[in-house]
Design a protein around this ligand. Structure first.
Ligand code: IMP
Length: 428
């Protein structure tokens, strides 16, 4: 049975949660494979709104298995409080429907405090991280000193591992003027956490192997977006994981041939939260309108998102480097009132024209977008459920985007509601 991989094609916040939830109806297993609780996926189902950070979006659907794969960094306290919060909304979460990879590295309070201290030290060059400790936790993973989920079951060796981690971290902390780590405190609080989390922890790659053997359908749920990928994004203003589709294989523990159709979630305009280059950013009334109508505030941090025109150069690059087969075009209804809409088709800098996003952040900051202008449709799209019912001008906007990015919009979303979703083509 065909699998599907869902990733963000811009700077995150494209609406992945809604689409993953919608697709989860047809999947058996939903897997998170990178990032951590820096992600924020909002699901609106009838009167209820669920805000997820670490839990796979499939958790809301009865009968689905949700997996947090090895590529995810987990703050055990944040995860436990999210589990409790979602349970309080009436959703059952048990070891039958949630499995956490025993290989997941942990985010400890020392990571969040380092994240904040390092941001402060960067001064005006700060990245604008979510402050959740994501970067420092991935650094410790790559530095081979992370505490992982499997370590929680061994309190005897946990202290030793924490001491090694503290040795490295304290050296950094001294330089940053942050207080030293109290290892004993961590041993106690982690041992308490171990008891609560242990029923969920296991070799999650085997669940995927079983799903494959039983011809079940797996949905891989990405977080953030291609422009925040540590290799392919607007480095250094990126997150600390690979957000491209390939990451789903390594971050879940499955072969790359199992990823199936790669769906790139793409807003009909662009947003970015945090600092960093954003060539099509609008600081005028139009940007303000998009932010207000689109409720562009971060799910995780509540920060106001920067808004801008659709950047076809950026999305085309994301399609190429991430292997996106088709896009889901989100929030097109947010643009309903605009008299005209613009699409960026290239950039200029220093007398040179670019048909791609050059790697240097210094150049990215100075790129001047080349725009194509189209008439706005100025009629309400909210809740439209068939492609045929879209106004001709909106169809023309979508068709032009498809031409420029080189893949089709296989899904169009016209409101946050699960059912306001047009399946333009069969793909899954
Ligand atoms: P970090 O992932 O907290 O280290 O933050 C690095 C950059 O990625 C910052 O610009 C964040 O605003 C951005 N970022 C991280 N997670 C998300 C997300 O889920 N949506 C949008 N931006 C994000």
């Amino acid at each position: 049975m065909a699998n599907i991989t869902v990733i963000g094609a811009q700077w995150g916040d494209e609406g992945k949660g809604k689409i993953v939830d919608w697709l989860a109806a047809e999947a058996d297993v939903v897997v998170r494979f990178q990032g951590g609780h820096n992600a924020g996926h909002t699901l609106t189902i009838g009167e209820k709104v669920y805000k997820l950070h670490l839990l796979p979006s499939g958790i809301i659907r009865p009968g689905k298995v949700s997996v947090i794969g090895n590529g995810v960094v987990i703050d055990p306290w944040a995860l436990m409080s999210e589990i409790e919060g979602i349970r309080a909304q009436g959703i059952e979460i048990t070891p039958d429907n949630l499995l956490i990879s025993e290989q997941c590295p942990l985010i400890l309070p020392l990571h969040a405090s380092l994240d904040k201290a390092m941001e402060e030290a960067r001064g005006s060059a700060k990245i604008g991280t979510t402050g959740r400790g994501i970067g420092p936790a991935y650094e410790d993973k790559i530095g081979r000193r992370a505490i992982r989920m499997c370590d929680l079951a061994h309190p005897d060796t946990l202290r030793d591992k924490l001491e090694k981690l503290a040795l490295h971290s304290n050296a950094l902390r001294r330089g940053l003027g942050a207080p030293a780590i109290n290892v004993e405190e961590f041993v106690m609080s982690l041992t308490e956490m171990a008891g609560r989390l242990s029923p969920f922890i296991g070799p999650s790659w085997r669940v995927l192997q079983d799903a494959k053997a039983q011809n079940e359908r797996i949905l891989f749920e990405g977080a953030q977006g291609v422009m925040l990928d540590v290799d392919h994004g607007t480095y250094p203003f990126v997150t600390s994981s690979n957000t491209v589709a390939a990451s789903a294989a390594s971050g879940a523990g499955i072969g790359p041939r199992e990823l199936g159709f790669v769906l790139g979630i793409t807003k009909a305009y662009t947003t970015r939260v945090g600092s960093g280059p954003f060539p099509t950013e609008l600081t005028d009334d139009v940007g303000e309108t998009l932010g207000r109508i689109g409720h562009e505030f971060g799910t995780s941090t509540g920060r106001k998102r920067r808004c801008g025109w659709f950047d076809a150069v950026q999305v085309r690059q994301a399609v190429t480097v991430a292997g996106i087969d088709g896009i889901a075009l989100m929030k097109i209804d947010v643009m309903d009132t605009l008299a005209e809409v613009k699409i960026c088709t290239g950039y200029t800098y220093n007398g040179q024209t670019y048909d791609y996003l050059p790697a240097s952040a210094d150049i990215q900051e100075k790129l001047v977008p080349i725009y194509e202008t189209m008439p706005g449709w100025q009629s309400p799209l909210r809740g439209v459920r068939t492609f045929a019912d879209l106004p001709e001008k909106a169809k023309a906007y979508i068709r032009r985007i498809e031409e420029l990015i080189g893949v089709s919009a296989v899904v169009i979303s016209t409101s946050p509601e699960r059912d306001d979703t047009i399946r333009v083509k069969e793909f899954f």
